[in-house]
Design a protein around this ligand. Structure first.
Ligand code: HEC
Ligand code: HEC
Length: 344
């Protein structure tokens, strides 16, 4: 396997004395670290794949299952919207990979949104929520759709009053939270549910765990190309993305070529106001990407093939030959994991 320089790698070998002592210390410490697993990673990553830019998703999430079940119910409840027509699941249907397949979603009163809906699957792995990272946590994120007039157009007072009239909710909240039904507890339950929406056990993860047969030779070639083209410098970690902000159109001007620039296109700039953050987005995770078309923040790209060609061109300045593109697409399809149970 060829490796890309990763941003979190430290330079080594500059001071031979220090390196020796460090090496000696590691020799003693490594077996200990391997059993402790500092980063919470699964311990069973095959030794030869421990330095790969992509990490497997853990199979078990440690959350309060009863709160998660309540969160699942709230996630599917249209009473969180002003006119009781739109639930979180409307735009993030779990059966379809956690997103609705539209370039832009439709909220209450048939209103069209401003930006493509990202998946909720694996969103707990992101550094922050939304394309521009404006919400630091999953809990904070929920304030967004609830108040957005183009999405659910409601507010907490209205929601708490509606849910309080429901005997079943009343009972569940009283059981699970000292303070009963309120905004913080509703957000806590939904975010707890969202933390269960991981998709472990993809064929690619099984490969990382040491099962060489889990992916085909073509898919392995696609993975090598993914690294050698430089995709993994941005799409990496457990979510194969979601852990940094990068400009869309680093090498070629995406927006100049597409035209019609909207406020949403300014990305991270809308959060920080800094010029250098214009057109920067949270790099989307590529887990389950075969299910989450159309692609990009503007939902402009209907197929994975086209998304890969555009990435090669705009982010890396390369015209990718169809054969390489198809191999990368084959690799990307190995990232589809086991979807969580989908019944409400
Ligand atoms: C009308 C459609 C719609 C509804 C309803 C909706 N969302 Fe979203 N969701 C979106 C869009 C669009 C974005 C991206 C917005 C942005 O980045 O500015 C998003 C982003 C998110 C994200 C961030 C994902 C990431 O990778 O950054 C999470 C998590 C999320 N929604 C959860 C929820 C929850 C929970 C609810 C219900 C309380 C909900 N959504 C309701 C459309 C919707
Ligand atoms: C410099 C960082 C960077 C590099 C290199 C890069 N990407 Fe991306 N990628 C991004 C960003 C940022 C986005 C979001 C762009 C947008 O929505 O406008 C993205 C979006 C995508 C998407 C769409 C995901 C979605 O859910 O909409 C795919 C697929 C993708 N990249 C694959 C690749 C492949 C394959 C390569 C290598 C050929 C690559 N990327 C190289 C930063 C990068």
């Amino acid at each position: 396997m060829n490796h890309l320089p990763r941003k979190d790698h430290h330079e080594s070998g500059k001071r031979p004395g220090g390196t020796f002592i460090l090496a000696a210390a590691l020799w003693v410490l490594l077996p200990l670290l391997a059993t402790v697993s500092l980063s919470g990673e699964p311990k069973n990553v095959a030794k030869r794949y421990r330095n790969e830019p992509i990490r497997p998703i853990p199979a078990i999430v440690d959350v309060d299952r009863r709160k998660a079940a309540l969160g699942r119910r709230l996630f599917h409840d249209p009473r969180l919207s002003h006119d009781n027509t739109v639930s979180c699941a409307r735009c993030h249907p779990l059966k379809r990979g956690g997103t609705d397949g539209l370039p832009r979603s439709v909220g209450i009163k048939g209103t069209l949104g401003d930006i493509n809906t990202p998946t909720v699957l694996n969103s707990s792995l992101n550094i922050a929520q939304f394309w521009d990272g404006r919400a630091a946590t999953l809990e904070e994120q929920i304030d967004g759709p609830v108040h957005n007039p183009k999405e659910m157009g409601s507010n907490w007072k209205e929601i708490v009053s509606k849910l309080s009239r429901d005997k079943e909710y009343h009972r569940l909240f009283e059981e699970l939270y000292d303070t009963g039904i309120n905004a913080a507890n509703i957000k806590d339950a939904i975010a707890t549910f969202e933390r269960t929406l991981l998709t472990p056990d993809s064929r690619f993860d099984r490969f990382l765990h040491g099962d060489e047969q889990a992916i085909t030779d073509d898919e392995k070639k696609g993975y090598l190309l993914f690294k050698s083209y430089g995709c993994a410098s941005c799409h990496q970690g457990m979510a194969v993305g979601g852990n940094m902000y990068e400009k869309m159109g680093i090498v070629q001007g995406y927006f100049a070529e597409r035209g019609n620039i909207t406020r949403a296109d300014y990305g991270r700039f809308n959060v920080t106001g800094l010029k250098e953050h214009r057109f920067e987005f949270k790099v989307p995770g590529l887990r389950n990407v075969e299910l989450t078309a159309p692609y990009f923040h503007d939902g402009a790209v209907p197929t994975l093939e086209e998304a890969v060609s555009k990435m090669a061109y705009y982010q890396l300045g390369r015209e990718i030959p169809p054969r390489d593109r198809d191999l990368i697409v084959k690799f990307l399809k190995t990232l589809t994991g086991r979807l969580p149970e989908t019944s409400p």
